[in-house]
Design a protein around this ligand. Structure first.
Ligand code: CTP
Length: 404
């Protein structure tokens, strides 16, 4: 009904961006981005009223998000031209034709649009050679200042190249390298840079993009000491394997593979550099614990496990449990990627089974048995759990017998 509502409001409506690109490449993409030649917010309001979906609007930008009952989202923008007056000033929005709206975009392959209004429905708009570049498998900017206007596009170019199996056009790569040489990336806010890095590490196999970032001298903006050394390819490949293994376990435990890749990418940074990187990139507090505190703790755990490998002693299940329990699954997977076969097996065993082990008795049971509540409870329950982990206790009766 998008086209019909547009028609009624006297506004042209277009499907734009990644979805059109991926439609032509026959790849899945579920991000619906619409541009309305006119008042996008009024259009979104009308759709929301008719379809009974939720609506979020940003007046300042003339944009809206429609949220359907099943969680499906549609982004709506008003065709606009942005005047960047001061670097920090918010852009003033004006209605403009779809062509100008598309001209602001990063790469030609992202400038294709499909008309949705009745009468012109399905018409493909291609002002800047997007179809040609899809055919050439080329990432090309629309004009010489693209990377200067928005230096995060440097990272986007790398991501699209690797994701789509495309290559930057030569002039585009030239412009990119020159923007990098002139230090434009230093002007990018830390959190925007971190977001771009996240998107790269969210690709199924981030290795080619990491290599390409090294090749284009982009890693130093993440941290000056960050380098791709001889061990990095092996570590990233191992990370991919353990992440894949973990996904096949279907444990329904939250795990963000991109964070495991981030840990691998930064494995050689010392603690101070890691902290420096997190500060510079304004890493959110929820990641800081993993990237700094847990990483320090995990190094000690790894050293302990390596000592056992050298001595040829197998850790007791309860010891493994105690060592690994404070660590998130991302860190555990990182340890698996770093470790040798024995360590991988031990940590893998913890993730796939030990972690789920529980004893049956609880505090109430102990009280009913007439034991005085207090620190003793914790000790007893820990002993019971250790008994379960080490395979000495198998049932509630076993546990009761031990307590009595
Ligand atoms: N865009 C841009 N410069 C940026 C970010 C985005 O010009 N720094 C433009 C792109 O042309 C893109 C559109 O804004 O088509 C929407 O951005 P986004 O959703 O990030 O891009 P998609 O192409 O949809 O990419 P993805 O498939 O990763 O969602």
């Amino acid at each position: 009904s998008f086209g019909r509502v547009g028609e009624e409001l006297g506004a042209q409506v277009y499907l734009v961006g990644g979805m059109v690109r991926d439609l032509l490449l026959r790849q899945d993409n579920f991000d619906v981005d619409l541009v309305v030649e006119g008042d996008g917010i009024a259009f979104a309001r009308e759709i929301a009223a008719r379809e009974g979906c939720r609506l979020r609007t940003h007046q300042k930008f003339g944009t809206a998000v429609l949220i359907f009952a099943d969680g499906f989202k549609v982004d709506v923008a008003s065709a606009r031209m942005e005047y960047y007056q001061q670097p920090a000033a918010l852009p003033t929005v004006e209605y403009a034709s779809i062509k100008l709206d598309l001209f602001r975009r990063d790469f030609t392959i992202n400038t294709l649009a499909i008309a949705l209004n009745e009468g012109s429905f399905g018409e493909l708009l291609d002002f800047f050679g997007g179809q040609r570049d899809l055919k050439d498998r080329a990432v090309r900017v629309l004009h010489n200042l693209s990377f200067v206007e928005d230096p995060t596009r440097v990272y986007r170019a790398v991501r699209f190249e690797q994701r789509l199996g495309f290559r930057m056009g030569r002039p585009t790569e030239h412009l990119l390298r020159s923007a990098v040489r002139q230090g434009f990336i230093e002007r990018v806010g830390g959190n925007r840079l971190f977001r771009e890095l996240e998107l790269i590490l969210r690709e199924p196999d981030p290795w080619p993009a990491i290599q390409r970032m090294a090749d284009l001298d982009l890693l130093k903006y993440i941290h000056p000491n960050l380098k791709v050394d001889a061990r990095m390819p092996g570590l990233v490949a191992e990370t991919r394997r353990v992440v894949h293994w973990y996904q096949l376990l279907y444990l329904h435990q939250p795990c963000e593979p991109w964070l495991v890749f981030l840990l691998s990418l930064t494995a050689r940074l010392d603690d101070d550099s890691m902290l420096g990187m997190c500060r510079r990139l304004k890493v959110a507090p929820r990641f800081l614990d993993l990237l700094c505190e847990q990483r320090r703790a995990a190094k000690k755990v790894l050293a302990g496990l390596r000592r056992r490998v050298r001595r040829g002693t197998e850790p007791k299940a309860s010891d493994l449990y105690r060592m690994l329990r404070p660590l998130d699954s991302e860190m555990l997977l990182f340890l698996m990627a770093l470790g040798d076969d024995s360590i991988r097996q031990w940590v893998g065993h913890y993730l796939s089974s030990l972690q789920q082990v529980r004893c049956e008795l609880n505090g109430h049971d102990l009280e009913r048995l007439g034991l005085p509540p207090g620190p003793l409870f914790r000790e007893i329950l820990d002993t019971l759990l250790a008994g379960r982990l080490n395979g000495r206790l198998h049932s509630r009766d076993d546990e009761l017998a031990l307590v009595r």
